[in-house]
Design a protein around this ligand. Structure first.
Ligand code: D5M
Ligand code: FE
Ligand code: ZN
Length: 514
């Protein structure tokens, strides 16, 4: 039986952390049902064993030969908990299906009953914005309320107007939005904070340790400052500065079983630069045994190239009709295994409003993209996958963070560092009025209320990942080769990679298809 050949058994054992004696592998391979035998051997080896020995295999084979009625597949309920026996049966069912593959081809077999996917923060259909000025007021007020609440316990804050009335020399603190950042003639920094009552100026002296943080500020982010009032109470000298931030003690949740998610973005179907070959290799790989544990596919926006997104973009279009682009995307999506759970959010090239938050696609587009019952949610959205919360955001604000912040804090080569800044500011798109367009809404859907376990973005077409206060930040690269624009500004995209996350450990491996 080619599928149960020794190489496959060795790799299966290695995946579970075991080395094996050669003869042990041969014994498993020559058993009646190698898949089931392997499962039983793994159950039977002592907990502290690192090597599967032939004695372990022999004792399993002997005991199944002796079992009444030949019901060797039944888990030993005397030693297994309810959950274990369920896993046991599922894996056996899986090996049974695998052996049915023709010509030695691998056939995926997953158990949907083990799946656990919950959409938490989808704002599709919730948009309340009328586009009027007062909606901008409410969205910023909501931001200050919600992100401010993460800071108010840390400082003894007062409203801006109350600070003005306090005696000179008082110790004061305030929580507010960054309204302005200016350097003074003498090289100090003046930061104007705004709250619901008004604004107050804070001075960061050039020789204070906080001066480095001034470089990292973005307009409209929420901060707390502590300091000392000047003699005339007209300004406060900053002693401390706080970001809403992610607590260093954040303890991420992980899945209870070995299951993986592929995180991708920026497919750009319809562009002449869309890399169909790389995509097909990726889709084919998902059908192989190496991807047997990949049960989720998360796509963080820019499904298609779109039309009229950038000047002269039409010169590089392969498909000029937007609906035809989505039809082609859907065909490409059909190539991935039908048993994957797929979640998609839109990006700036997609056919939804550009202002963020972007609701999920409308009915017409959902119908076109109905392949595999993908879940289509807003940008941003949070999805909980087997207990692991994933904040998905396309990433347009990253351009701004990279442009505004010093190179070592945020760059295209290390996009995950720019993501750290968003986590620190607890907001996916703090700065309003630049690249990022903000939709006026009653609620600020872009604030990061709950700390995610994984933060997934795309947009900058660069692959990068790392951990910030234990949160895994991944920017997932793209499936579009370098465009003329990118050539002109020296953006060298990471195209044709798929980062794969182990949801049980939050470890990342990168698969290359280009
Ligand atoms: O953008 C991919 C990356 O390239 C992102 O960092 C923006 C940048 N980009 C690409 N084309 C342009 C133009 N024409 N102007 C400015 N910036 C651009 P994406 O939107 O995902 O294609
Ligand atoms: Fe893109
Ligand atoms: Zn984009």
């Amino acid at each position: 039986m080619p599928l149960e050949g020794p190489a496959r058994i060795v790799s299966e054992l290695t995946n579970r952390g075991y080395n094996a004696e050669r003869e042990a592998v041969t014994l498993i391979a020559s058993a009646d049902d190698p898949g089931a035998t392997l499962e039983r051997v793994v159950d039977a080896v002592p907990e502290d064993a690192l090597v599967v020995e032939c004695d372990h295999v022999r004792s399993v084979l002997d005991s199944s030969r002796g079992s009444a009625g030949g019901d060797a597949d039944r888990p030993d309920t005397s030693t297994s908990t309810g959950d274990d026996s369920r896993n046991h049966r599922d894996t056996e069912a899986r090996s049974a299906v695998e052996t049915m593959g023709s010509d030695g081809g691998f056939e995926r077999s997953v158990d949907p009953s083990q799946r656990d996917l919950e959409i938490v923060g989808d704002m599709t259909g919730q948009s309340t914005g009328t586009g009027e000025y007062r909606d901008f007021v409410s969205v910023f007020r909501d931001r200050l309320d919600r992100l401010g609440s993460k800071l108010r316990g840390r400082v003894n804050h007062r409203p801006a107007t109350a600070i003005e009335d306090m005696p000179g020399g008082s110790e004061v603190a305030m929580v507010g939005l960054v309204n302005d950042v200016r350097s003074t003639a003498s090289g100090h920094w003046l930061i104007e904070l705004e709250d619901a009552t008004g604004t107050f100026p804070w001075l960061v002296m050039k020789d204070r340790e906080y001066v480095d943080l001034v470089d990292q500020l973005l307009y409209d982010e929420v901060l707390a400052m502590e300091g000392t009032l000047s003699d005339d109470s007209g300004i406060a000298f900053v002693d401390s500065l706080y970001f809403p931030d992610v607590p260093r003690t954040h303890d991420p949740s992980t899945a209870d079983r070995h299951v993986q998610a592929a995180l991708i973005s920026d497919v750009h179907v319809g562009s002449q630069e869309f890399m169909a070959d790389a995509w097909n290799r990726f889709a084919d790989w998902l059908h192989t045994e190496a991807a047997a544990h990949v049960e989720y596919l998360l796509i963080a926006g820019d499904m298609v190239e779109g039309v009229g997104v950038y000047p002269n973009q039409d010169e590089e279009l392969d498909i000029v009709d937007i609906y035809e682009q989505y039809e082609a995307f859907s065909e490409h999506l059909k190539r991935v295994p039908g048993d994957l759970e797929i979640v998609m959010i839109p990006g700036n090239h997609d056919a939804v409003r550009l202002a963020e938050p972007q609701p999920g696609f409308d009915e017409d587009l959902r119908e076109i993209m109905s392949a595999h019952d993908a879940r289509i949610v807003s940008n941003p959205s949070t999805v909980t996958v087997e207990g692991v919360s994933v904040l998905m955001y396309h990433g347009v604000s990253l351009d701004e963070v990279i442009a505004e912040l010093p190179e070592e804090k945020a760059s295209y080569d290390e996009p995950h560092r720019a993501m750290y800044q968003l986590l620190k500011k607890r907001h996916v798109a703090p700065q309003f009025g630049g690249h990022t367009r903000l939709a006026p809404e009653k609620k600020d859907y872009l604030a990061i209320d709950e700390v995610p376990d994984i933060f997934h973005t795309g947009h900058v077409h660069k692959l990068g990942f790392g951990k910030y206060h234990n949160v895994l930040a991944i920017n997932s690269g793209c499936w579009q080769a370098q465009t003329d624009f990118q050539k002109s500004v020296n953006i060298d995209p990471d195209a044709g990679y798929a980062p794969i996350v182990d949801l049980d450990t939050l470890d990342v491996t990168v698969q290359k298809f280009s």
